[in-house]
Each structure stands twice: as C-alpha cells, then as structure tokens.
Design a protein around this ligand. Structure first.
Ligand code: ATP
Ligand code: MG
Length: 721
C-alpha cells in the first residue's frame, strides 16, 4: 500500500510536502527528532523517480547507517520494481562504488580490499611479531585509535605516501622507524599497500584525491549525480563535507536534513555548524522547518524538550506532539546494580504478559559495561535478548572465516590465506607457514603463490596443501556470473568448513552461517548495482551489527550512539548515574552539552513508553555515584518515581553537580594545548608540549629543567607562555 507515490504524499504534512517537491537548488531541512525528516527524504527519492522520471542511478542518497540505506533501497525497489536503486549508501559505501570504478587512477586494482577491524588486528599481529612489540606497548584497540588519529589529524597527508611510494619504499620507512608510534604507523601502511587494502579513512581520502587529481573522473561523477540528498547532516565531518561540496558543484542540487540538537559525533570530527551555516555557504538556500513530532507521546516529548532546554548553546525549538496521550515517564532508583537489572526484568515480564512483544522493547545505555548485570538477570529469567555491537556479527569467527574463503577466491591475499588455510585442519602448522613465508619473501610473492609453487615439495607431505590449492583454483575459475549466495554455500561445503563445525557440534556457529547466507541472498536482490562477488566483498566490510536489526521476538540492547535515527515502542534508558551518563570522561562544558544531546537522542527514540533507571553505586575511588543530572534536568512533574528517592538524595546530587559544573572549563582549547605550545607548570616551571595523550587525558611535556618528559593530567591548570 505504501508503494504508490500518491499514497506516500498523502501521509505527509505541508512542510514535508514542500521539502519533497522542492527538487531544484539547495534545500535544507532543520527539524527536531521524530518530525519526519527521514520519511520526507525517502519520499523525495520516490518523487524524483516516479513523478519526475529521474533515473535512480543519477541520485545519491547518503544515510547515516547501512540499515537506513537498506530500508530505503527496499522501498525504491518496491516503488520502481527495478533493481537499479541508485546510490543509496553511507559516505563510505559510496566511496567504495567510486573506487571500484576508478581505483586505477591511484594504481590500485579494481579488487582492492576494504579492511575491517579484524583485518587491521591481523596486520598489527604481524607487525608486533616482527618488531617484538607486546600489548604492553599498546593494545590493538589503542593502536587502531592511534592510527586513526594520525590519519585524520596529525598526518593528514599520509595517503600521498601510500599512493606515490612503491612498496619497497614504504617497507624502508617501516624498517627505519624507531618509536612505537612510527613502527605501528608505517608497518600498517606497508601492510595495507601490500594487500591493496583500504580502511575507512582511506576510502574517503583516496576518493577525494582522485577527484582532485583527475578532472575527467571528477566531472564524470559530478555529472552523473543529478540530485544529492543527505540525512543526519548535523553529524557530517569535514572530509565528508568536502566530498559533498565537490559532488554537488555541477548540478547544484543538494538536499540536506538534520537536527542541531542531535549532534553527537563532534568527538570524531563532526561539526554541527555545517548545518547551521549551510545558507551562508550556499546563497539562495531554501530552509524548511518541521515542528510536529509523530513518534512519541506528549509525555515523552515534554520530558525530552525539558531536558534539551537546559543546553545553553542552542537555538530554542519546541516540538509539538501529534500522538495521543500515553503513560508518564517512569523513573526507578534501585539500591544496587543487580536490583536495577532485576526491576527492569520484572517490568519487562509484566509488559510482555500484558501483550507487548519482546521485540518492541529496547534497552539503551551510554557504555557497554552497563549491560553486564542486566544480561545476567535476563539469562536467569529467560528473557530473550540480543546485543547490538559488543561482539559484532561480522566479527564472529565463523563469519569472518566464511568471508575469508570468499576473499580467497577473488583476492588470494595473505590475510585471508593465513586465516583459512588451516581451518579446517589441513596440517599446515607453524613450521610450514614459516617455510611459505620465507619463500614468499625471497620471491616477492604472496603466501598463496608460494604454496602454489611449492605444494609438491616434501615439506608438505602429509598435508592437504594440494587439495587446498585445487579448491581455490576451481572456485576462482568458475565463480564469474554465479550468484554470490551460491558460491558461498558451495565453498563452505566443499572446503569442509561446515563439516568441521558439525563435528564440533557448534550449532550456534552453523546457525550464524545460515544467517550469513540469507543476508547475502537479500543483499543480492536489493543491491542496486550488479552484484558480483567483488562488489559484495568490498561492501560487506562496511556492514555493522545494527544493520541486521531483525531481532524477532527478542529484547534489543544497544548504546545510544547505535540507536541514532531509529525508533522503538518501549525504551529503558539504564545506568543513569553521574559518571556513567554523563560519562566521567566529560571534561568541558562543550562536551557536557554534547552529552546532553546524546541523552536527548536516547529519550526521543521512545514511542509509547520511556523508563529511566539507576542504582546506588560507587566510583572506583569509593566516592558515591549520584543520579544523572539528565534526570534532574527534566521537570519534576513530568516524571513519575516508582518510589520517592531516599531523603536528601536529590539535594546531595544537586550540590555535587553544581560543584562539578564550576570546575568545568568551557572548551577543550582552554585546557588542551597543541603540540609545540610553551607552558608554565606551578611546580615544574616552563616546558614544551611534545604530545597530547587524549586516551589518558594528559599532555606529554618536556620541562626545561628535566631530562625526560612527563605526562601531566589535563586536570592541572597550566598557563601558556
Ligand atoms: P530523527 O531525528 O530521530 O531521525 P526523523 O525526523 O527522521 O527523526 P522519521 O523517522 O522520519 O523522523 O519519522 C518519525 C516517525 O513518524 C516515523 O515512524 C514516521 O513513519 C512517522 N511520520 C513521519 N511523518 C509523518 C506524517 N506526516 N504523518 C504520520 N506519521 C509520520
Ligand atoms: Mg531520521
């Protein structure tokens, strides 16, 4: 019923209709949570295609999550009956499409590898072994963050090295590196180039580079994308912004939607002012506001409005509820963490018995560790649930292995080879791998090529090396033109991988593989462009867990960040304590306002019911954790407590918050100094900032009076000199 445009536009209000039908030029929608921005965006796509006759392949629609992209593709598919759904994707996904067509411009093969976290870790493993580093030097997740920060902020020109330098020159940089940071960074660049791998940052950098260097390619894409639309524009970062500017420069049809109150990624480089200053940047911009909220009950909306109103740096805007009255926002203060979890589970059981399906209930929290107590109780009480993120679907061993089998067919890269050559066991142990490694190094070839050349060698006697090579060759030769889902099913079978799992009795892993096959099949039917194995592989690395949100019959657990743009009938926002939410990492007033926007995002996900819960608890240093200021921000008459908080608690919390607010500096630039800044410390005297360690919240400072540098916490005020 939804597929006719006529029906679609019926379901829009005046402002939405205006947004949909103003197709030419620069258009900006600024509107609050749940006001129908995303609905207007997908309707506009339909309008362009169905009413104006624009070809989907000439439209770029950027969504924030793959899930939103999938939904939109599905809708376009229903609408046009066509498999050509245009470029509906995240920024990263779109860059993959560009590079698949034009990566020759940076001398990369069409079949470059998109790297995910597990790939990066596998590379780090090699580097650590080669250079004798241990996790004490740096954990993998810290190393990944470090690499990202270097690529984004400190060495933004790194990609020129990757593109221009031959492999040997990168290797030399790696060999000559001395500091841990340099070893990891250059080791990683070298490993990346060696397998023609690109991580998320590279995707955008490489695309921008190609557009800058190759006018004819830039023009081709500019001319192709007649209409560009971008969702969640308040969280766009400067690289994405640059990309967007380039792409829209030809047709000058750009439609963006966003809500300044939902900017929650400034810590990763997002900048809300792109939305606010859009009209200055693009004169003649038409701005559309939407004031009605169709998602939440008046009670939930009033609470959310009252919360976000406490932010000082914001343009005031109130949302008008369209839904009929619901129940009050309920707040529960428990005595202990396990009691909080217990109360939630009791309440969920009650709701369930009253007819609410588990799948309509979602738990949101600031940080993953909050779920530990809850999971325990859910297991005891047999409440079915799934966690989004944590161990992600695509990070699971069997999923990664299966994808590496597919990659082996196409890329034959070392990463995939290492992972699957001995899974199932083919007797390819450490000694034989070392043999291959030596051979590969001497002949500058890949491990797989080494095996191809030597499998008849006596070292491989008693192994299944020959069968492995035959398997890969057979698939590599015969996969073209076959559906990916078929290739996947066959190789899992013929490689003996599924048999291995069956022998081990790993039913859960087999179920996950079945789910993977299903998802490949679904991807094939909606992917838009022609779905070759290469195409699938380069996009799958971008998928994340929230993309497969069909948790039938289960309660969902996820962080607030992951819930952005989504909506759920019933939301429990748990762990609402000072030090958890707001996080104790918040160091400035600016960051506190972002944290409050995050709480606003959380509250506005709820449609009919919203619960806020917390427990009495202590910080690591033994000090008490008070109820979150975000609960206190909400007008008291908008909250119903399950039982009155203990005598004096609210007053104590208010005093604590007032005190901590006094000591918060306005912004990072007041406390965090750039590298090279001369400073004076009250005791150590003058010195120079040599590095900023954001993970630990400290400057690294070389004091004039000392031989070696010291880490000094941001908490200690120092003056610039
Ligand atoms: P967010 O800021 O959280 O991303 P949004 O502005 O994108 O929110 P949507 O997700 O598009 O909001 O819409 C919120 C809900 O309201 C959805 O369930 C949508 O189907 C519904 N909705 C949107 N517009 C209308 C309308 N004109 N009439 C009835 N329901 C609507
Ligand atoms: Mg939206």
């Amino acid at each position: 019923p939804d597929i006719e445009y006529g029906n679609l536009i019926q379901k829009l209000n005046t402002a939405q209709r205006e947004a949909v039908s103003t197709t030419e030029g620069f258009v900006r929608v600024i509107a609050g949570a749940g006001s129908g921005k995303t609905r207007a965006l997908s309707c506009r796509f339909a309008f362009l295609v169905n009413e104006l006759g624009i070809l989907p392949g000439n439209i770029l629609c950027v969504t924030f999550t793959n899930k939103a992209a999938n939904e939109m593709r599905q809708r376009i598919h229903n609408l046009t009956g066509d498999n050509d759904t245009g470029y509906v994707n995240t920024f990263h996904g779109f860059c993959v499409s560009v590079l698949q067509e034009d990566s020759f411009a940076v001398q990369y093969p069409k079949s470059f590898l998109v790297l995910d976290n597990a790939d990066v870790d596998a590379m780090l493993q090699i580097i650590y072994e080669e250079r004798g580093l241990t996790l004490r030097n740096m954990t993998f997740s810290m190393a990944r963050d470090r690499i990202e920060i270097l690529k984004l902020f400190k060495r933004p020109d790194y990609y020129r090295d990757m593109i221009a330098l031959p492999l040997e020159a990168l290797k030399e940089k790696y060999d000559n590196a001395v500091t841990v940071e340099d070893i990891i960074f250059y080791g990683y660049l070298y490993q990346e180039k060696k397998c023609f791998g690109l991580d998320y940052n590279d995707l955008i950098k490489f695309t921008l580079y190609i557009f800058k260097e190759r006018e004819e390619i830039r023009l081709k894409w500019q001319q192709r994308l007649e209409y560009i639309m971008i969702d969640e524009f308040q969280d766009i970062d400067y690289l994405q912004y640059e990309l967007m500017e380039v792409l829209c420069a030809w047709h000058k049809n750009l439609f963006v939607v966003g809500d300044p109150d939902q900017t929650i990624y400034t810590w990763r480089g997002a900048d809300g002012s792109y939305l606010l200053d859009f009209d200055k940047k693009f004169p003649g911009t038409k701005t559309v506001m939407m004031m009605e909220n169709y998602r939440s009950t008046p009670q939930i909306l009033a609470a959310a409005n009252s919360l976000i109103a406490k932010n000082t740096k914001r343009i005031p805007k109130e949302l008008l509820p369209m839904l009929p009255d619901g129940g009050p926002v309920v707040c529960h203060f428990a005595d202990r963490q396990d009691a909080e979890a217990k109360w939630i589970s009791e309440e969920i059981k009650r709701l369930h018995e009253a007819g609410m399906p588990y799948s309509e209930i979602t738990l949101l929290y600031r940080a993953h560790y909050v779920t530990r107590a809850i999971e325990q109780v859910f297991l005891q009480e047999k409440i079915p649930y799934t966690i989004y993120s944590g161990v992600q679907f695509y990070d699971r061993m069997e999923i990664k292995d299966a994808l590496c089998y597919l990659r082996m067919i196409v890329y034959k890269d070392d990463l995939s080879f290492r992972r699957i050559v001995n899974a199932p066991k083919r007797n390819m142990g450490k000694r034989r791998m070392e043999f291959l490694q030596d051979y590969a190094e001497q002949h500058s070839c890949t491990l797989y090529q080494a095996l191809q050349a030597t499998w008849e060698d006596p070292v491989f006697k008693g192994t299944k090396a020959g069968q492995f090579v035959a398997l890969v060759e057979r698939f590599a030769g015969g996969q073209a033109g076959r559906p990916v889902s078929e290739v996947l099913a066959d190789i899992l079978n013929e490689s003996g991988y599924e048999k291995m799992l069956r022998t081990e009795g790993s039913q859960e892993r087999l179920d996950n593989l079945a789910e993977l096959k299903q998802s490949v099949y679904e991807y094939e039917t909606t992917c838009g462009e022609e779905c070759t194995l290469e195409h699938y592989l380069s996009h799958v690395a971008l998928f994340t867990n929230t993309d497969s949100l069909d948790s039938k019959g289960k309660v969902k657990l996820m962080t607030v960040h992951a819930a952005k743009g989504l909506e759920f009938p019933c939301v429990f926002l748990c762990g609402m304590n000072e030090g958890i939410f707001p996080s104790r990492k918040v160091r400035t007033l600016e960051a506190m306002e972002e944290e409050r926007r995050l709480a606003f995002v959380a509250a506005t996900r709820a449609e009919n019911r919203l619960y806020l819960t917390r427990a009495e608890s202590r910080n690591f240093d033994g000090s008490p954790q008070y109820p979150s200021r975000f609960i206190l921000d909400i007008d008291r008459q908008l909250i119903q407590f399950t039982k009155e908080p203990r005598e004096g608690l609210i007053k104590e919390a208010e005093d604590y918050i007032e005190l901590s607010r006094k000591y918060l500096p306005d912004s990072e630039s007041d406390i965090v100094f750039p590298v090279g800044q001369r400073i004076r410390h009250a005791v150590f005297g003058a010195g120079t900032v040599t590095d900023v360690d954001r993970d630990r919240g400290a400057h690294v400072i070389q004091f004039d009076s000392m031989d070696t540098p010291r880490r000094i916490s941001f908490r200690v005020k120092m003056e610039r000199i």
